[in-house]
Design a protein around this ligand. Structure first.
Ligand code: GLC
Length: 743
């Protein structure tokens, strides 16, 4: 290690001269909050910290009105609850029409208006790829796919459209975006993340927030976001949801905190907490994370909300608390402001008891309620209700649907295309096979119309499955292999008059622990079907859909082409058909490393030791991989200077040329390597990217600037540092070096 002068810089965000509070505080709001707080009883305060599931106020199933008025009156007038979440039951937490939502929300606020202090209820909903619980909403590609677009403008538009469609229904608080990093491919919520890279997740999440909230999230077309799941939830060591993560503080600060740090600066006013545990401390009991770091270091001023029943679970599951009452005390004192209880008023009663017996200070209650009321005021909830956005004008518009289709197109990764097997000729005779060919749910995943997204009967009839999309576009004969043909002769018979086989494999929808698996290997039946199809000798186009990579190495080696669709949303079938037949030139790039074998989980930003001697980064498809029907070449990578003075930006440029015969989009990725440092540095880290559209033969020069903090890392003393010395920058197959001078 070079003997380097260590320069300690304060926590990054102060360097950025921003220290922007989560929610811009302003004196007028603070005064109103203080005044209201002074008028509140202890019961009313604790009510504000209580969030219940819709089922607590639900009428009998099949009732005309999904709300039971007496239960609603109890919730708001007797228990003073501050928030409700989830969709009405028909029969359980599933998508409702705009009209039903409007009635439900208006009835809730009407009762709030009868309460002594008329404090509005804030209603939370998971709208993680569009307004998932509103019928016929525009449902986008899931976050992993949005990351594969490397297109921050599309992420901004997704946020914008999602917020607008929520507001049409009267909803205003979205439990999204997920700022967790997808660094464990087994994890059943990988697809809810923007992938394995810090920079990509950060910029995609910030763009989404800016589109969703604008500069003022009380505006009629904007809505509040909620960062989740703070922090370290996405990295369970065994890959199963809600199991321990072992993340040291240096890794936490290097990888898992920065996306939240940036999203807080982008203005998200609420944060949902990690349901699992890190280093033996449950997210809901972690004072260091929830108060010392989140408040004192990151300056977050909004409110935190627990995840599902996770305060109770400190007692019932984690065995951290000796009783439910102790669990409430631990969680509230650690920094949880609002409890997603969600099925009863236990939190309300226990917290009231804790304060009345002096076991929990009133000051902590006042602090939490101040944060909650502050967000409600800034959300405009106390203002006279404005007319709701018109459904005809702002909901599921043609323009929004077209943006969704474009997002789906740009999210698809063409991983292999041997001898230009793709695009297909429209008059080709196609046999479509595989369990994922005739379903919409396999392209949408969890949080789609229902929690698990697996109720195919609820999916809109006008959206295209892969099979229907191919049928619609092709002029040749398109048939479907009705059963899992594995017999060699049967396969040969079935494919006799066929030019090409489109094989649709992958996963069914899932989320959370329901999606836990023991291996990334493909289901045996799918392997058998694939082998039978590949054995026919016909060209096979393998299309994978699902929330995480499954091991397809052998099949991919034999297939003529491989398309990685993951979860491209409601326009996914149409978008994949656009690509199959060349009506769109693919440009998606992998936001994760696609494993070659189930236990070969090495990520692109691996340490030098992981690519030393027989250790190799050898995924089936690397982070950033993605083909086009044209070809691109970068060249003339150069630095403005190969000596950088301390505190200066690193200016670089590179040419990118479309060396093929058709126009296309290309993302140029800029990687940095700090050659030697006091802490081992990744072989490379993405620090910038730009996506450009080029005509055949066109060249464009791209300019990039790396700021000093782009060179920083978490040092031995767990503080962010920059160390002078040699750095390398890699773009495409070119590398340049520069030296950062001492201050
Ligand atoms: C779930 C999820 C969380 C979601 C919440 C409310 O348990 O972990 O992502 O926002 O409950 O549905």
């Amino acid at each position: 290690m070079q003997n380097k002068l260590l320069i300690f810089i304060g926590p990054l965000f102060f360097l950025l001269g921003c220290a922007v509070n989560t929610v811009q505080s302003n004196n007028e709001t603070d005064t109103k909050v203080k005044q209201l707080l002074s008028e509140m009883t202890l019961e009313e305060k604790i009510g504000q910290m209580t969030q219940i599931d819709f089922s607590v106020i639900a009428a009998e199933l099949g009732s005309e009105n999904p709300v039971d008025q007496r239960k609603l009156d109890d919730a708001v007038l007797k228990y003073h609850i501050g928030s409700i979440l989830n969709a009405p039951q028909t029969p359980h937490n599933q998508a409702q029409s705009v009209a039903v939502w409007r009635n439900v929300l208006q009835s809730i606020q009407a009762v709030a208006a009868q309460s002594r202090l008329k404090i509005p209820v804030i209603y939370g909903i998971d709208a993680i790829h569009g307004a998932t619980y509103i019928k016929n909403a525009v449902l986008f590609p899931q976050a992993l796919n949005m990351a594969a677009t490397f297109n921050t403008e599309l992420s901004f538009k997704e946020g914008e459209i999602t917020a607008r469609e929520l507001r049409v229904a009267g909803l205003q608080w979205n439990f999204s975006p997920v700022m967790d990093l997808g660094r464990q491919p087994l994890w059943p919520r990988l697809w809810e993340t923007y992938g394995e890279d810090v920079h990509l997740a950060t910029v995609m999440g910030m763009s989404y927030i800016k589109g969703h909230q604008g500069d003022d999230f009380s505006a009629p077309t904007k809505a509040l976001t909620c960062l989740k799941h703070y922090v370290g939830y996405s990295f369970p060591i065994n890959g199963k949801d809600r199991t321990p993560a072992w993340i040291g503080e240096r890794m936490l600060r290097e990888y898992f905190l920065p996306p939240f740090e940036a999203a807080i600066k982008a203005g998200s006013p609420t944060i949902m907490v990690n349901s699992a545990e890190v280093d033996g401390i449950p997210g809901h009991a972690n004072y260091q994370y929830l108060t010392t770091i989140l408040r004192d270091e990151l300056g977050f001023t909004g409110f935190t909300v627990s995840d599902w029943e996770d305060i109770k679970r400190l007692y019932t599951r984690d065995k951290l608390a000796a009783s439910e009452k102790e669990a409430v005390k631990i969680a509230v004192m650690a920094g949880i402001d609002m409890s997603m209880v969600p099925f009863d008023y236990s939190f309300y009663h226990l917290l009231l008891e804790l304060v009345n017996t002096g076991e929990l200070p009133l000051a902590r209650i006042d602090e939490a309620v101040t944060r909650i009321l502050g967000v409600k005021y800034r959300a405009g909830l106390f203002n006279a209700p404005s007319a709701l956005l018109s459904e005809a004008e702002h909901f599921a518009t043609g323009q929004a649907t077209e943006i969704n289709r474009q997002a789906a197109r740009e999210s698809i990764v063409l991983a292999k295309n041997e001898q230009q097997s793709l695009p297909l000729k429209k008059n080709a005779n196609v046999l479509v096979a595989g369990p994922n060919a005739k379903l919409l749910s396999v392209m949408n995943g969890g949080w789609t119309l229902t929690w698990q997204g697996d109720n195919e009967s609820l999916y809109p009839k006008d959206k295209l499955t892969l099979f229907k999309a191919i049928q619609k576009k092709a002029t040749g004969k398109v048939t479907y292999l009705e059963n899992n043909v594995v017999d060699k002769q049967a396969a040969l018979d079935a494919t006799k008059n066929v030019d090409v086989i489109v094989l649709c494999l992958g996963e069914k929808p899932y989320t959370e622990t329901v999606g836990n698996i023991g291996s990334l290997n493909l289901e045996a039946a799918q392997v058998k079907l694939a082998d039978a199809m590949l054995a026919t000798g016909k060209p096979v186009i393998l299309i994978m859909t699902g929330g995480r990579p499954r091991i397809i190495t052998e099949q991919a080696e034999l297939a003529s082409a491989v398309i990685l669709g993951f979860l491209p949303g409601m326009e996914g079938g149409a978008a994949i058909a656009d690509i199959l037949y060349g009506d769109y030139n693919p440009n998606g790039k992998l936001p994760i490393s696609y494993p070659r074998e189930s236990n070969d989980i090495v990520l692109y930003d691996h340490k030098p030791i992981e690519s030393y001697e027989s250790n190799v980064y050898h995924p089936l498809y690397a982070f950033g991989h993605g083909l086009s029907y044209t070809s691109f070449q970068t060249s003339a990578l150069k630095l403005a200077s190969d000596t950088i003075n301390w505190g200066d930006t690193v200016e670089l440029s590179v040419d990118v040329k479309n060396t093929g015969l058709i126009s296309g989009k290309e993302t140029v990725l800029v990687y940095l390597n700090d050659v030697a440092a006091s802490v081992t540095r990744p072989s490379r880290q993405l620090k910038a990217f730009k996506k450009v559209e080029l005509a055949a033969g066109q060249t464009q020069t791209l300019h990039f600037s790396l700021k000093p903090e782009d060179l920083s890392f978490i040092g031995v003393d767990l503080k962010r540092v920059i160390e002078p010395g040699e750095f390398k920058i890699r773009v495409g197959n070119e590398t340049v070096s520069f030296t950062l001078n001492k201050p």
